[in-house]
Design a protein around this ligand. Structure first.
Ligand code: DAK
Length: 257
């Protein structure tokens, strides 16, 4: 199986599993990734997704041996197929964490950027090497990278095709944490657990408001936030948590999804 899917309590772990090709993305990986994302989306028990790679890479890019003979039409079809899956992951109400365990190059960096949170093991490497292969980034790199790290740094990375290490990725805001490699999955689970223990309607509404707000002017973004805020007041979780606070009692946990 080119993509593995495991459930651990409230967390779905999706592992890109083509280690012999450093998890390079081909149609099979995309189809299985899509199935895994949809399985997590449809499963009420799952609150958070973790994406990682088998072996020494997260994902070393789109599969170059597949792409090398593409016609322009085939290239467009491939990019559109992947973009639809990455966008689905990005806009899924449930949050996703990329646990970047090694090379995240080209399509791999782009897959990590479609996740909500990126954490890296110390040996992780990030980059958009496409212009060195005669192409542009094709799975959202020209769009998501500047939104995450600013236009100047994104252009430096994309136009030089150079890759950076985990510490540099942390410095420019591409990842939010760097941890020793052996602590990567533990840290990802710890973060996922913290998210899963919170009120899920509020978590999902917050994610949606942030994502929408990043695409629009401040006034429109603030109106999305007000809408998200008001939705939370339709939940028992909001009533229970606030009543517990006022009563100085301890809340047993949240229930709304
Ligand atoms: N595709 C296919 N195979 C790959 C691969 C890739 N991206 N990356 C690695 N592999 C394969 C290698 O060919 C090798 O296979 P065998 O020779 O053993 O059969 C195996 O994985 C192990 O790789 P290496 O022997 O090279 O391992 P090293 O540790 O020596 O080097 C490396 C690791 C990551 C530095 C090196 O493998 C490397 O440079 N890989 C390519 C990285 C890269 O350039 N990635 C970006 C790919 S381009 C678009 C759609 C999509 C995209 C763009 C446009 N449109 C349709 C518009 C996206 C493009 C990309 O992602």
């Amino acid at each position: 199986m080119s993509v593995l899917y495991e459930k651990k309590e409230r967390v779905a772990v999706i592992t890109i599993n083509r280690p012999e090709a450093l998890n390079a993305i081909n149609y099979d990986v995309l189809a299985k990734l899509s199935e895994a994302v949809e399985a997590a989306a449809a499963d009420d028990e799952i609150y958070v997704l973790i994406l990682t790679g088998a072996g020494k890479a997260f994902v070393a890019g789109a599969d170059i041996s597949l792409m090398k003979d593409f016609s322009p039409v085939e290239a467009k079809r491939f990019a559109e197929y992947a973009n639809a899956i990455f966008s689905r992951l990005e806009s899924l109400p449930k949050p996703s964490i990329a646990a970047v365990n090694g090379y995240a190059l080209g399509g791999g960096c782009e897959l990590a950027m479609a996740c909500d949170i990126r954490i890296a093991g110390a040996r992780a490497k990030f980059g958009q090497p496409e212009v060195g292969l005669g192409i542009t980034p094709g799975f959202g790199g020209t769009q998501r990278l500047p939104r995450l790290v600013g236009a100047s740094k994104a252009k430096e990375l994309i136009l030089t095709a150079e890759s950076i290490g985990a510490d540099e990725a942390l410095k420019i805001g591409l990842v939010s944490r760097v941890v020793p490699d052996e602590e990567l999955m533990g840290t990802a689970f710890e973060l996922a657990g913290k998210i899963a223990r919170n009120a899920q309607v509020a978590v999902r509404q917050s994610k949606d408001a942030i994502n929408r707000g990043l695409q629009c002017d401040l006034a429109t973004g603030l109106s999305y936030e007000a809408q998200a805020f008001s939705v939370c007041f339709s939940t028992e979780d909001q009533k229970d948590a606030m009543n517990a606070f006022v009563a100085k009692s301890k809340l047993g946990g949240f229930k709304n999804k």
